[in-house]
Design a binder for this molecule. Structure first.
Ligand code: AP5
Length: 222
């Protein structure tokens, strides 16, 4: 069908499971996953001036300035694949100014997913997280261990995944989250992110299929 594709935002504290749920959502719904943190880490790897500047903020668990982040996310949203398949925006917007910038550019989501996880679980998730540099898949030494020894031997850790740094990232999150939520209050669903990852996904999956049904119904009436 030529109906307008889904446009989704996902938000939550550091290590609340955004990236993990995005893997499951894109597998099923084919949306383009746009993660602000991944775009920034790619910029750091490229060795650019913007990347060097961004890393100074990420090292302190602070928000990277808007003039770097807004442009990066906007460029990715404007790519033809995001326009055609729909998008899943992960970790953006993280401040009122970022939300306003996006709105002014004409990007409005259909749904805003908020993952809620008690703080005492977050530190453990962060320090146990590992990444597969080949597939990009997210693991956890306890909760999602690697499938083979070969994968286990190549896993890496993020530079900001220490107990000390996650506390700073959490502080930044708390300072900004309410202002962002206020922009999307009519389209928020709150999901218990402390459940097993498949159960968290089941709840998100239900909301997304309902949304697709509603869209199809309203488009066939119109
Ligand atoms: P970013 O990369 O976005 O990091 P974050 O928000 O701290 O989130 P994480 O990626 O740490 O966690 P996640 O929620 O994706 O959890 P995951 O699925 O991996 O941002 C990094 C930095 O970049 C920021 O600090 C900031 O400086 C900068 N930045 C980013 N966006 C910006 C913006 N818009 N503006 C300005 N600056 C920005 O899961 C975590 C672990 O838990 C994994 O090991 C996973 O296996 C495990 N896990 C997941 N789900 C479950 C479950 N249900 N049960 C048990 N374990 C689970």
């Amino acid at each position: 069908s030529n109906s307008r594709p889904l446009r989704i935002m996902i938000s939550g504290a550091p290590a609340s499971g955004k990236g993990t749920q995005c893997e499951l959502i894109t597998d099923k719904y084919g949306l383009v996953h746009i993660a602000a943190g991944d775009l920034l880490r790619a910029e750091i790897s490229s060795g650019s001036e913007n990347g060097k500047r961004a890393k100074e903020y990420m090292d302190k668990g602070q928000l990277v300035p808007d003039e770097i982040v807004v442009m990066m996310v906007k460029d990715r949203l404007l790519q033809p694949d995001s326009q055609e398949k729909g998008w899943l925006l992960d970790g953006y917007p993280r401040s009122l100014s970022q939300a306003i910038a996006l709105k002014d550019l004409g990007f409005q989501p259909d749904l805003f997913i908020l993952l809620e996880v008690p703080e005492e679980l977050l530190v453990e998730r962060v320090v146990g997280r590992r990444l597969d540099p080949i597939t990009g898949k997210i693991y956890h030494l306890t909760y999602s261990p690697p499938e083979t020894d070969e994968i286990a031997s190549r896993l890496t850790q993020r530079f900001d995944d220490t107990e000390e740094k996650v506390k700073l990232r959490l502080q930044t999150h708390h300072q900004n989250v309410e202002a962002v939520l206020s922009m999307y209050k009519d389209i928020i669903i709150k999901v218990d992110g402390s459940a097993l990852k498949q159960d968290v996904f089941a709840e998100i999956d239900m909301a997304l299929s309902k949304l697709l049904e509603q869209k199809t119904a309203s488009e066939s009436v119109a």
